[in-house]
Design a protein around this ligand. Structure first.
Ligand code: IPD
Ligand code: CA
Ligand code: CA
Length: 281
């Protein structure tokens, strides 16, 4: 019998990916970014294209995923694991861990600080989120949540902001892939005149964590995979925010479409209406 998932268990998992990944990740990032500020210096890091030049995977992504899987094998041996780089591992329990070893690989490879390690635990079947952590090693920021236990940043409780007017909203935007990228221009055109401003970072998980900690009022990230969004969604929900997609709210889980709108309770509806117009056309 494994222990139930509680905050201390997530805290352990929150620290382990950072301590396992920090050394190799930091060294490799340093080698990439230091010789030339553009991140164009010599490197021995193996980098491959997955679906195209916009979609890279490096040796560091694989190393971090291996390290996270090793921690899970030790602490939660019965559970299933779904990781971006190594796929699914079977388990006998009804819990699945969903792992994005580096969310924001492009940021990581260019020496930008906003990449994250994103790990969630969800119930198999209905996808109810049980625990989640998004850690940003370069920023020294670990944001974690467990179902019913609230959201915590570096050991302090956090909540979403109380913003309720679109004109006061700072919105993190993401462009997604394929056809959602084609609509990115229209999305920005619709948002910019109505909101306070927009921000574009390199990690969907980081954008969701920013809503949870009050560093943004909302985030819109279309076309994500479960490992991009699962942990961040729980952080927002447990911090008092609302999450869903263009089809509606998805309390307790992430939208199956992979399109994620996360916002303060007062901003979710107006943003939902605005974005529905953009993507309907
Ligand atoms: C990517 C990041 C990025 C988003 C892409 C994702 P990766 O994840 O979340 O913000 O725009 O759609 O694929 O590939 O760096 O793990
Ligand atoms: Ca990702
Ligand atoms: Ca990734």
């Amino acid at each position: 019998m494994q222990p139930p998932i509680r905050l201390p268990a997530t805290a352990v998992l929150a620290r382990h990916p950072v301590s396992f990944s920090w050394w190799p990740a930091r060294q490799l990032g340093w080698r990439l970014s230091w010789p030339c500020p553009g991140g164009n210096g010599p490197t021995t890091l193996r980098i491959e294209e997955k679906t195209g030049p916009w979609d890279l995977v490096s040796q560091a992504d694989r190393q971090v995923e291996d390290a996270v899987r090793a921690v899970l094998a030790q602490h939660r041996p019965d559970d299933r694991v779904l990781g971006e780089e190594s796929g699914e591992a079977a388990g006998v329990s009804e819990i699945q861990w969903i792992v994005d070893p580096i969310d924001g690989t492009l940021s990581y490879l260019y020496g930008l600080p906003d990449w994250t390690v994103s790990i969630a635990a969800a119930r198999v079947g209905d996808g109810q989120l049980l625990a989640g952590v998004v850690s940003a090693p370069v920023l020294g920021r670990v944001v974690e949540a467990s179902r019913g236990g609230g959201t915590w940043m570096n050991g302090r409780p956090v909540n979403v902001r109380s913003t309720a007017e679109l004109s006061h909203a700072l919105v993190g935007i993401n462009f997604g892939r394929g056809e959602t990228r084609d609509k990115a221009g229209r999305m920005v055109d619709a948002l910019l005149p109505r909101v306070r401003h927009v921000r574009r970072g390199g990690s969907t998980a980081a954008a969701l964590a920013e809503v949870a900690i009050g560093a943004a009022d909302a985030a819109w990230s279309p076309g994500g995979q479960p490992w991009d969004v699962a942990a961040g969604v729980l952080l927002v929900q447990e911090a008092g925010g609302v999450v869903g997609d263009l089809g509606g709210r998805t309390p307790g889980t992430w939208p199956a479409s992979g399109d994620v709108l996360a916002a303060t309770p007062g901003l979710w509806e107006p943003l939902h209406s605005l974005l529905t117009e953009v993507y309907a056309g």
